[in-house]
Structure formats: structure tokens, C-alpha cells
Design a protein around this ligand. Sequence first.
Ligand code: A2P
Length: 271
Amino acid sequence: MSILTETYTMNTGAKIPKIGFGTWQTPDGDIAYNSVLSALKVGYRHIDTAKVYGNEASVGRAIKDSGIAREDIFLTTKLPADIKDSSKVEETFQTSLSTLGLDYVDLYLIHAPWPWEERGKDYTKENIEVWQEMEKIYNSGQAKAIGVSNFNIHDLTAILNNGKVIPAANQIRWFIGYTENDITDFSKKKNILVEAYSPLATGRLLDHGELKKMAEKYNKTVAQISIRYCLQHDTLPLPKSTHDEFIQQNADVDFEISNEDMTILDSLKTE
Ligand code: A2P
């Protein structure tokens, strides 16, 4: 069985394919359309986008043109980080749905606990109110699961203490040397799936000397080692690529990194 058909089970009971295809920084139009279509052809069944990526239209078109049944594809999109006025959540979600050309998404995430230009500012009260709107969308069935992204322990605790629905996922920046142990352990303990965005550190891991050596040992590429590392830590990697060769390679990770080597990777400095 290929890793592409393996799934994690979220706290909703729904299954989510263990590798997602990332589309952050993938330009809208032909590039997004062709790379998502390539990913689907290779066998990926999980696509991750966001309203702010600006490519929802192309992602939606690729899904439709793939000919694959909608229920066989897991699609995530995100509420922009600057939407902290809860009265804007529903209309923003509907805009995403219509841009995607879909009548539901599998996972809808709050993109960040703060608008990007106010990183770190306390929006706890607003996030709790926004979460109530997310719960309404979940209850409507138009998002089969809801969750968060870039949330730390404080942000997540506020949702857990004040919300009715436990977030299904927390999507965070996560790669070898940047494993965010506190929020990762906290999320897992609460049965919240940790999704790893930038599993290759947006490509920066690829030139790392020790990782290159490790990759040689396994006769794999650094990208494959990096993706496999996420899986062996029960996080869900979202590798992004616009090249067919890489898209294929990143899904070819049916191998096992030994416990000994995982320990070495755990202590590697990459930042
Ligand atoms: P490209 O998009 O030009 O194909 P991350 O997933 O951490 O965000 O990393 C994405 C970056 O890594 C992109 O620049 C992507 O290039 C590059 N990349 C993705 N997969 C591979 C691979 N298997 N080999 C080399 N570079 C890759």
C-alpha cells in the first residue's frame, strides 16, 4: 500500500490522507492548476490551500478536471488571518467555497491567531468569537472538520476552554530541527492532529550537509528523509512543489528511518 492511501483519523472520526499536497507560494493559474492536477495523477488525495494563497480557483478547477470523485479528495482551505471580526467569517467562507467551485471543504482552518502584520498580538477574545462562527460552519456540514493554524498553547487553550468543538488539526511550521515540541505535544495530547507545513523548510533543508549524508545512507533524497521524518513523528507533512519530478518523489516515502537515526535527526540544528 502506498503512503498516499494511508490515513490518520481525526478527532471527528474522519480520515485524512497522511501526506497533503501544499500550495503555499504556488501562483494561481497554470502553475497551480497543473501542479495540483499532477499531484492528483500521482495519487495524492489531499490538497492544502488557503484563501490568501490566491490560488483557490485553480485548485478547485484541477480537482474538478481530475475526474476523481469529490469524496475521494480531502481539501483544506483557511480563513485569512486578518479576519478577526466574527461577522465576516461566514461570508469569507462562502467566498472560498464559490472560488473553489465546491459545496463543502473537508477542513477549514483559522489561518493564524493574529493578522500577519500584528504577529504575537493577543486576539484571544476575537479568536473565541471567530471559533463560534467556525462551529456554525462545521454544524452546517459545509466544512467536515474545523481547526486552527499557527496556534500556540495559549491560543489553543482559549479555544479548548471556550469552544464546543475541539479543533481537528493545528497546522504549524514543522521540519527537522524545528519540531516545536511544546505545542506539538500539547496538540497531540488533546487529540488534535499536527499538520507540518514547510516540511522542507521551504527548500532550505535540501542543502544541509548532515541530511545529505543521511539521505545517501538510505538511498533517498533529503526531501524524502524530511517528509518521512514528519510521518514517523505522527505529523502530517504538506510538501509543496511545482515540478512533476519532485511531486512524484515526495510521495515515494515508503521506507523506515531507524530509531537511532531518528534520534540523530531529532538533535540536528537546521535553523
Ligand atoms: P518547487 O516548488 O520549485 O518545485 P516546503 O514544502 O517546505 O514549503 O518546500 C517547498 C520548496 O522545496 C519549493 O521551493 C520546492 O520547489 C522545493 N522542493 C519540493 N520538493 C522538492 C524535492 N523533492 N527536491 C528538491 N526541491 C524540492
